[in-house]
Design a protein around this ligand. Structure first.
Ligand code: PBE
Length: 300
């Protein structure tokens, strides 16, 4: 007679215990959901081409904030695709991205705060030429020296081909030139046209650099140049310019992004200064994510 209630008591106790454990588990989950559930699901930062300025400073950032994340090399188009896929499913994702970029007009994105400024407070894009260009090709040198435009200008060209597969970068550049002849006239004012001279510009296959390089190439053509555009990796572009194998390039984000390359080659390259001011690099997330700072990401 006494054994039955005892068994019941044991069973009831066990039941209560199970319920308590289950509740405990649930409330734990809720707790971690409230604090950075998005950050907890992040295991990587989706990067771009290895050897880019962006990847160099992104790795420095991972190290300096002691992040427990893999910086995955990729490419600009592949990174953009991954970001678009994540947004479609409302999944958490962190990418290396920059302004100007047409992705900011397509999606609600935010830069994570970077209190250590390892990704740069603000960047300018510099034009660089080989030593000797000023004497050998004064007209091309003068145009490259004069060329400078605003973020909105670059955005216009970039959006025209970045958001429409049927538009080539040179077509977008041509369209922009047609609509902004006054700006182009200011760059070319007083420059002597040439006949049959050749000039070679290196560039990296990024939308920002495709925009500026294609615009400048068309203006050089109008001045009479035969223009060759050579796509290279960033490190190779710096090396080629330092050796005089190419004449110029419009790819160096400074003071931070391309700092290691520009430091390495500073004696062998002529820096003509910014052709665009107020750009920005960073770790970027969709606006629906509940984190705001690089410091909210998981650390080691
Ligand atoms: N960017 C934009 C990168 C890639 C494209 C120029 C900031 C870089 O310099 O590495």
């Amino acid at each position: 007679m006494t054994s039955l209630p005892k068994k019941w008591i044991t069973l009831i106790s066990l039941g209560i215990l199970l319920i308590l454990v289950a509740c405990q588990g649930e409330s734990d989950d809720q707790g971690s959901n409230e604090e950075n559930s998005d950050a907890a699901n992040i295991t990587e930062i989706v990067g771009i081409e290895p050897g880019s300025g962006t990847m160099n400073i992104a790795q420095e950032t991972v190290d300096s904030y002691n992040l427990d994340l893999e910086l995955t090399p990729s490419s600009e188009p592949a990174m953009v695709k991954e970001l678009q896929n994540a947004i479609e499913k409302e999944e958490p994702i962190v990418v290396t991205l920059w302004q100007p970029h047409w992705m900011f007009s397509e999606h609600d994105l935010k830069f994570l705060e970077d209190p250590k400024e390892t990704l740069g407070a603000s960047e300018n894009i510099h034009t660089m030429v080989r030593h000797g260009l000023e004497d050998d090709q004064p007209s091309a040198y003068a145009l490259l020296d004069n060329f400078s435009w605003e973020i909105d200008d670059m955005n216009e060209v970039m959006a025209a081909f970045g958001q429409n597969e049927d538009v080539e970068p040179h077509e977008a550049a041509e369209e922009w030139i047609k609509e902004n002849q006054d700006k182009v006239d200011a760059w070319t004012e007083g420059i002597e046209p040439v006949e049959g001279e050749s000039i070679e510009l290196a560039y990296v296959n990024w939308d920002t650099e495709l925009s500026s390089t294609n615009v400048v190439a068309l203006v050089l053509k109008d001045l009479g140049y035969k223009v060759e555009l050579t796509p290279l990796d960033m490190g190779i572009a710096f090396e080629s310019l330092s050796e005089g194998d190419v004449d110029g390039m419009l790819i160096a984000w400074l003071p931070v992004g391309a700092a290691s390359y520009s430091e390495q080659y500073k004696d062998d390259i002529v820096d003509l200064g910014p052709n665009l001011e107020g750009a920005q690099q960073g770790f970027v997330v969709p606006a629906y994510m509940d984190i705001d700072s690089i410091e909210d990401l998981p650390t080691k």
